[in-house]
Design a protein around this ligand. Structure first.
Ligand code: UDP
Length: 309
C-alpha cells in the first residue's frame, strides 16, 4: 500500500484528492494549517484507519517518514484569500515549496505540485498552451499569488535538473464543486449562494470576461493520471469550454429557479479578461479530458451549497 502526503489536504481540491486516494486503496497523511482549509471537508475520512490528519504550517520544515509521494496543494487560492495576507501567500509559493521539495529529495519520492493558470496572468494569447510565458504584473494585487506560483515552478525545475527530484507540475484552471468555501469570494460559490438566497448576483465589470470551469472530479482524475505518468514539465488541467461571467450568472439563476437580479460592481484590478486552457498536451500524455459539462457540474454543486447555507 502506498502512503501519500497531501499538503493543503483539508482545502477544496486537497480534500477531494485525499478521498480519491483512499478510495483507490492508498493511505493518506493530510497536512493543513487550516488558514483556508476546513476540517469539515475531511471529517468523513477520519474514521478510515488509513487516514491521518495533522496541523502544520509548511513555511516551517516538516519531516514525515514512510511516504511514497507528495501532492502539494497547500496555498490560499481565491483572490480574496490570497490577497488577505500577501506575505503569507508569497511564503507559501517560496518557503513552503522549498520545504516540500526538501522532503521529496530526502525521501527520494515523486512530488506533484498544484500550479495554476495564473502563471499566464492576463494572457495575450487564447487558448493558453504550456509554452506561453504569460503576462503577469509583478507588483499588482495578484502578484503575491501569480509570482509565488511562478517561482514555485522554477524551484521544481531546478530541483529536478540539479537534485534529480521526480516532479510533476499541474497548471490548474478554475475548478468548482462541493467543498468550496462559501466565503472565499470565488465566482461560482458567490453566484450559487447569492442565487439560493434570492439576493442580487454580483457581476464584476461588464461580465464579458471569460473563464473555463472544470468540475472537481474531472480535475482530480487528471491529477492522479499526471502523478502516474513520468512527465516532468508543466501540464494544463482544465475544462476548455469557455463561458462569460454573465453566461455563468444566468445559468446559475436558472438552475436554482432564483428570483435574483444581476447587479454590476467594479472589476478588480488586473482581473484577467479571458482564460481558456489548451489541453492537447494532457490529452496526449495522460489521455485526459474532462467529461462533465458546466450545467451537469453545477447541478452536482448547488445541492451542496443549499445544505450548507
Ligand atoms: N467575479 C464576479 N462576481 C463575483 C466574483 C467574481 O463577477 O461575485 C468575476 C471576477 O471578477 C473574475 C471571475 O468572476 O472575472 C472569476 O473570479 P474568481 O475570483 O472566481 O477567480 P479568478 O479566475 O479571477 O482567479
Amino acid at each position: 500500500m502506498n502512503r501519500y502526503l497531501v499538503t493543503g489536504g483539508a482545502g477544496f481540491l486537497g480534500s477531494h484528492l485525499c478521498e480519491r486516494l483512499l478510495n483507490d486503496g492508498n493511505a493518506v497523511l493530510c497536512l493543513d494549517d487550516f488558514s483556508t482549509g476546513n476540517e469539515n471537508n475531511v471529517s468523513h475520512l477520519k474514521s478510515n484507519p488509513n487516514f491521518d490528519l495533522e496541523c502544520h504550517d509548511l513555511t516551517t520544515p516538516f519531516f514525515p517518514e514512510k511516504i511514497n509521494g507528495i501532492f502539494n496543494f497547500a496555498s490560499p487560492a481565491s483572490p480574496v484569500d490570497y490577497q488577505h495576507n500577501p506575505i503569507k501567500t508569497l511564503k507559501m509559493g517560496t518557503l513552503a515549496i522549498y520545504n516540500v521539495l526538501g522532503m521529496a529529495k530526502r525521501l527520494n519520492i515523486p512530488i506533484l505540485h498544484a500550479s495554476t493558470s495564473e502563471v499566464y496572468g492576463d494572457p495575450e494569447i487564447h487558448p493558453q498552451s504550456e509554452d506561453y510565458w504569460g503576462n503577469v504584473n509583478p507588483i499588482g494585487p495578484r502578484a503575491c499569488y501569480d509570482e509565488g506560483k511562478r517561482v514555485a515552478e522554477s524551484l521544481l525545475i531546478a530541483y529536478q535538473e540539479h537534485a534529480g527530484v521526480d516532479i510533476r507540475i499541474a497548471r490548474i484552471f478554475n475548478t468548482y464543486g462541493p467543498h468550496m468555501d462559501p466565503q472565499d469570494g470565488r465566482v461560482v460559490s458567490n453566484f450559487i449562494c447569492q442565487a439560493l438566497k434570492n439576493k442580487p448576483v454580483t457581476i464584476y465589470g461588464d461580465g464579458l470576461q471569460t473563464r473555463s470551469f472544470c468540475y472537481v472530479d474531472d480535475l482530480i482524475d487528471g491529477i492522479i493520471r499526471l502523478m502516474n505518468s513520468n512527465y516532468q514539465s508543466p501540464v494544463n488541467l482544465g475544462n476548455p469550454s469557455e463561458y462569460s461571467i454573465l453566461d455563468l450568472a444566468n445559468m446559475v439563476i436558472s438552475l436554482t429557479n432564483s428570483k435574483s437580479e444581476l447587479i454590476h460592481k467594479d472589476l478588480p484590478i488586473d482581473d484577467p479578461k479571458r482564460r481558456n486552457p489548451d489541453i492537447s498536451l494532457a490529452n496526449k500524455i495522460i489521455d485526459w479530458s474532462p467529461s462533465t459539462s458546466l450545467e451537469e457540474g453545477l447541478k452536482k454543486t448547488i445541492p451542496w451549497f443549499d445544505k450548507l447555507i
